[in-house]
Design a protein around this ligand. Structure first.
Ligand code: GRF
Length: 203
């Protein structure tokens, strides 16, 4: 089962996938890591793991769509069965998302549908949330709006600031992403034509 990972940042979620595969806890291989930023730590992690890693700068592309189509032609070049957005910080064009409905997931640091977008921990604190967490969802054209597959919850503790909350959520993201990718690799989760997440409980 071939996975392509899209990341813009330091890549701790990617690192969790790499570690799970190395520990035989995930029966898959990361066929490529792609980023919009050549400085992304995720690219260095990939390279260190002998995984093909490519950065494609949005500069020089006239439109978002032109960039996305160039990026996704690189991604399709490694023939992924699943595309994992793990800290990818650009909005994806509807066209490239629609063409991959059910084949692309994203991990988002909130309990969707709450707190879509950026600065989710700040949003949670401002809202006085007492629980918070992370969600893995199928990617649809609506930002952070796709059908949720799995979630992990954490308590918001008195005195929590954004940094403390982000750290507590991040530690739960890693096993959540690994477990969710594992279910998809095993064919236990799929997106129905009507946009429902279907779990196959058959052993
Ligand atoms: C994670 O919190 C993820 O949920 C969000 O951005 C962060 C990525 O972290 N999309 P990393 O690059 O995987 O460490």
């Amino acid at each position: 089962f071939r996975i392509a990972v899209l990341a813009s940042g330091r890549g701790t979620n990617l690192r969790a996938l790499i570690a799970a595969i190395a520990a035989n806890r995930l029966d898959a291989r990361i066929a490529g890591v792609f980023s919009d930023r050549s400085s992304a730590g995720a690219l260095a992690l990939a390279a260190a793991g002998g995984i093909p890693a490519k950065a494609l700068s949005p500069r020089g592309f006239e439109t978002r769509l032109a960039y996305d189509e160039a990026l996704f032609s690189l991604i399709e070049g490694v023939q992924p069965d699943l595309i994992v957005c793990a800290g990818y910080m650009r909005l994806l064009s509807e066209h490239v998302v629609d063409a991959r409905r059910g084949r692309m997931i994203n991990i988002h640091p909130s309990l969707l549908p709450a707190f879509k977008g950026l600065h989710t921990h700040r949003q949670a604190l401002d809202a006085g949330a007492t629980v918070h967490g992370a969600s893995v969802h199928f990617v649809t054209p609506e930002l952070d709006g796709g059908p949720v597959i799995s979630q992990a919850t954490i308590p918001v503790l008195p005195g929590d600031d954004e940094e403390a909350l982000a750290a507590r959520v991040l530690t739960r993201e890693h096993p959540l992403l690994v477990d969710t990718v594992g279910l998809i690799c095993a064919g236990r989760v799929a997106l129905s034509g009507r946009g429902q997440v279907m779990f196959d409980s058959a052993e």
